[in-house]
Design a protein around this ligand. Sequence first.
Ligand code: SF4
Length: 594
Amino acid sequence: MSDLASIEAAIVRYNANPHYLLQILRDAQGELGWISPETTRRVAARLDIPRTRIDSLVRFYAFLHDTPAGAYRLRLSDNVTDRMQGSEAQLQRFLAAFGVACGETSADGLVSVDLTSCTGLCDQGPGLLVNERAIPRLDAGRVDEIVGLVKRRAPLADWPQTLFEIADNVRRADALLAEPMKPGRALDAAIALGRQGVIDEMKRSALRGRGGAGFPTGLKWEGCRNAPGAERFIVCNADEGEPGTFKDRVLLTRQAERVLEGMAAAGFAVGARRGLLYIRGEYDYLRATLEARLAAMRASGRLGVAIRGAAGFDFDIEIHMGAGAYVCGEESALIESLEGKPGRPRIRPPFPVTRGYLDKPTVVDNVETLAQATEVVIHGGAAFAGRGTRASTGTKVLSVSGDCERPGIYEYPFGVRLSHVLEDCGARDAAFVQVSGPSGACLTPDEFHRAIAFEDVATAGAFMVFDSRRDYFEIARNFARFFAHESCGFCTPCRVGTSLQSDLMDKIAEGRGSHYEVNELMRLSELMRRTSHCGLGQTAGNPFNDAWRKFRPAFEKRLQARDFAPAIDLEAALGPARAATHREDALAHLEAET
Ligand code: SF4
């Protein structure tokens, strides 16, 4: 197919609808390798939008690029757990084999090698994306195999499938993960309950959103149903980008029926006809299987026009792919992305439940929340509320990674102690646990008696274990880099603050920091917390605060005794100038001037 035909096919696939701009660009890039000026011109003309809109989208999403990248685009996951599993050595092996620097494309255009944020393979890292296909468990042997395939220019479709095998690693299953749900069971149960009955059971269950905020799901569904307007939407947030989180990947693999029927049950309850499943770009490999499941649901009358047994209820689900922007996990940013725009968080209120997708009432629920909703409609709200704690009902799925013998997925009733999880996963020497990713909290052994629950240790699911060999300062520095990389740039406190924070942490790591930098970090952290527009900026200072409060000696040993140390060694920096001018006399040295 010619380039023009590929671009046109992507446009036609989405009816030239500007709300699908991100999907159109993803598809065009998938065919052509990059967003060329021709693609931009053509798409802008056919969608009747300014070219600048396309440019801003390409600049915003890490997976889109308007310069030719390698025919093979290698992106190594750079989460702290990947580093612990040896990602740095594998990166160097790739760079040496291809003769490129990190972030560069080889001169012959064959390959580019770069880093990316967490790819959701923390339990089987180091992770790698090759042209958006995920490869786990990188080691020297796998790197050499991939290098050979790339150098032979083997089409990705011909690569050994063993390279792409991703394990579910379910170590402890409870109500949700114990066994697959019989197709149709949740939807039949919802229809039998009736629209009001579903909402009543959801409220009775006291199910709270599993994405982190913990908002009562029944109230959200009721609010959406009661909001004025003729059209409503159900959005499933499968953009789990929090480093250390991979449970939604496993739920979409093992319990896709639950997630999809949870969306349909929500649609039935609130009166929506369309569901949008937004999946992070790193999980592109899940798409084909999910499309097949949706097709099977349509074929059996569980999706599409006139769903069996519910006269007047039509509901269908479409899949949207993200493109490498962590901030899109925030619900209003995700809606912006669904509308084909850069994923910048909206000013709230209004909340999505009244004005969400296309400004219409919208329920945005996390993958796990929708899967849990099937438990509620099948077994009833009271049974669901009988598990867990009073304020945190049901079970919680945790993504466990790091220094433990059995990393993977663990499902427990809410209220489980950290010590219990540590024992189950074989963490023999846990020195600290990072719960809920970089934006969460670092807990030390004196807190291991605490419980996973909204009223105690709240978490979206990440549970990263670190033993006594690990240095929390370095982990906090990795997290600071992550926030600086992922800030969407919309508001100044976060855009500038996260960069300054990362630079200051680097300065301290290089031995050039003093208490001045610590005070600056404290000031920045407070400023970001108070004035940032969304949760990313508001929580970006958490790792520094934990490092300073809980690991003070390790932090202080890096500080110089002076009140201030410059970031640059001026004397050394002037060396090349002295050499160029053949000056080595005393006046050419700074000390001589003072
Ligand atoms: Fe964007 Fe950061 Fe502001 Fe959130 S806090 S809107 S991520 S710049």
